[in-house]
Design a protein around this ligand. Sequence first.
Ligand code: LLP
Length: 428
Amino acid sequence: MGFDLDINEKGHLMIGGADTNQIAKDYGTPLYVMDENKIRENYRKIYRAFSKHYADFQIFYACKANTNLAIMRILEEEGSGIDAVSPGEIYISLLAGFDANKVLYTGNNIKDEEMRFALDSGVRINVDSISQLQRLAKIPNTEGLKISFRVNPLVGAGHHEHCITGGEMSKFGIKENEAVKAYKMAQDLGFEPVGIHAHIGSGILESEPFMLAVETLMDIAGEIYQNTDIEFEFIDFGGGLGIPYHPDENELDLENFAWEITGLFKEKLDYYGLGKPTMCLEPGRYIVGNASYLLTKVNTLKESYRKFAGVDAGFNTLLRPSMYGSYHHIIVANRAHEATVENIDIAGNVCESGDLFARDRLLPRLKEGDLLAIMNAGAYAFSMASQYNSRPRPAEILIKKGDGEIIRERETFADLLNKQILPPRLLK
Ligand code: LLP
């Protein structure tokens, strides 16, 4: 419990050996600052925890969490594969140097052109519906194609209703009781089904729901094997590994989580005689979430009917608090050693009342010009940012051994007009 913070003798918050105050001075705010070592450390933690119990283990980084090319390169160097959800993510993955055969395309409601793009790219398609399967079969030269299915194991979990992706209300995957039918149909259509996949939700801090999903998916895999003789090359349990956002939340006990899951996985492999398929996981948040801070400056202090500190970022920069009511811990980065003394609302600069990073947050007494570091801003932060209110998106900095490098330039006003065309008849 609690967060390990690195604070220097001046009381400045450090990230990856760099002083956040200096970084903010050098590059301006709002600013995303990412710690390279942390990403590598998080990746290795998962890899080691699982592979020591089951050697044929592969991580497919869920790049929807953060698609910055530098982050993608770091994970490619680490040996990761990619969970891609769109042609855009496939494009970025290949550009970042991932082998096509290490990219799994798990789309939802995708159209034929998108499947054609995936086929031309050589990535593996994880089929989400019977409709998709039948449309895939109509695309020429797909005979013998290796595919997998996303199955809804009727188990869901997640930090918010919007992030639960299994269960009766979910739009994802094929129904568990239709799985055998779907695999047979795939064989009849000339495909070679070699994998099975489930992803039950995001932000899971306990092993129970995950264990239930593993159990169900393995039973479905067993039933498929018994009915079709399909030998699975891989079994993929998706992502969802949570991180603490609040200092009172406990970390996921990764060692135990890995031990329990691989134990159940192996038990079920033996029980059904499923051989030794590759075991896959698709973490996004766990790898990049805590590796980044969003730095933003207090410009306004206002005593209205409530007490507000206004900052130079908004939900266009980090949507999670407004969208899910998510808690993100905030540190006063220029006085990180000071005691917390007052409750204050931290408001963004977007013209909507819902644009708040925190209500009644207990912080040191704030001053105009203070630098705030919003924690856990590595996952679903920049990747969900927008230009709403015509605010250019911020820059991203990568820290390695205390030094910062720009990995995305701050957008300019010109970027706000990107791709717009003014018909000549409207020229002034
Ligand atoms: N695999 C699939 C098929 C997924 O749909 C997702 C996330 C993941 C893996 C990775 O999940 P993770 O390990 O990152 O929890 N915007 C939300 C999260 C949405 C996640 C959607 N799918 C948030 O900010 O909390």
